[in-house]
Design a protein around this ligand. Sequence first.
Ligand SMILES: *[C@@H]1O[C@H](CO)[C@@H](O)[C@H](O)[C@H]1NC(C)=O
Ligand SMILES: *[C@@H]1O[C@H](CO)[C@@H](O)[C@H](O)[C@H]1NC(C)=O
Ligand SMILES: CC(=O)N[C@H]1CO[C@H](CO)[C@@H](O)[C@@H]1O
Length: 374
Amino acid sequence: MKLFTVLIGIFSIFYQATLGADLGYIRSTLTQHFSDARHHVSNPAYKRQAVQFIYDEFQKHGLNTNYHNFTFREVSYTNVIGVLKGERFGTYKDEIVGVGAHYDTVDITKGVDDNGSGVTAMLESLRQIAAGNQGDNRRKNTIIYMAFDHEEYGLTGSRLAIDEWLLPWLTKNYGKDLELLKPNGIIVLDTVMNYNSSTQSQVIPPEAEQIFQLYFPKTVKSIASDQFKGDFLATIFRQDLDGNLASTFNSEWLGEPQPQFEIEMFEIAIDADVNLFGHFLRSDHANFWKSPIPAIFITDSANFRGQMQQCYHNACDNLANILTDNNVQFLGKTADTIAATLDKLADDTGTSGASSVCFISALWLSIGLMQIIP
Ligand SMILES: *[C@@H]1O[C@H](CO)[C@@H](O)[C@H](O)[C@H]1NC(C)=O
Ligand SMILES: *[C@@H]1O[C@H](CO)[C@@H](O)[C@H](O)[C@H]1NC(C)=O
Ligand SMILES: CC(=O)N[C@H]1CO[C@H](CO)[C@@H](O)[C@@H]1O
């Protein structure tokens, strides 16, 4: 019986390492670090603590961590960027993959959903990625984590992170011919934990209804046939350009448990003018779309769903409203999907598959031994 207990123990370690977000970590991270305004005027001390926490988490999990400080209209801001070098680091074969989220808020909000949720999912995915990165077990491709400051005015933080940090860093480490580099791209998370399974809780932006019908007929139909439940995460991406990252994220999501948490894809046709979709340009991915780096935008649709219709950029985007069991689990699924997507794209030789093979053999082994052991 003792051996059986040990096996169950091993089994649950595998389970923890390969599947399943740590919901306790998600709750404590949101509560302790992302539950009050992170604004340079209204709450600078809390904002400084948040940036320090992100930096420490990046370092603790083995990222090569950097501050990218910048000044905008005489105020100083800080992006945090962490790098996990793959075997192909420094060569044009390195199909870099990344994840990013902004941690700042507007002045009066508590910013739990917007955008404490995105940073928290990013950090939880890092915890899982780091668990699979012990010793010499390096992935093929490099992974980059980015926490952006100052999203709120013109997406300044990410724009400068790309222009002042990322592109010079790529040139320095990979050489001048950046067009030879074929990055997988970056997953940008913004306002991602508001799940609402009530009918009619999801709104299509009224002024954009026709455009949505015209450009995303299948997706709109799918939401309508589900009686406008706000029970999905939205993936927004450009056809072909971001397609590989988007389809990997989508299929990893569908492979996770908890099918009540759905996903909807908004694919912007390659010949469409992206400026038609103003709401789809509301986060940091928009700056990547102007750069040579692919990006997908992951969101719960912010002010177009349920309570966030009132709470968006307001004081009630707070723990009392947002930190529900459903929302924490929904965010957990997002973190798991990010980790699985990064793992898959960073390692195209199938070592990421190896952890699930390992996991399945551990499962079979324990079931087999359970039958042998009295
Ligand atoms: C950048 O900002 C961080 C925190 O905001 C600070 O700790 C660090 O010393 C700054 N680095 C430089 C070079 O100014
Ligand atoms: C879901 O959305 C409706 C409004 O559309 C709101 O009244 C309700 O409180 C929301 N439920 C949750 C759990 O947020
Ligand atoms: C998608 C979304 O709601 N993004 C918002 C994130 O937060 C900033 C500032 O808090 C807003 O300006 C964005 O619109």
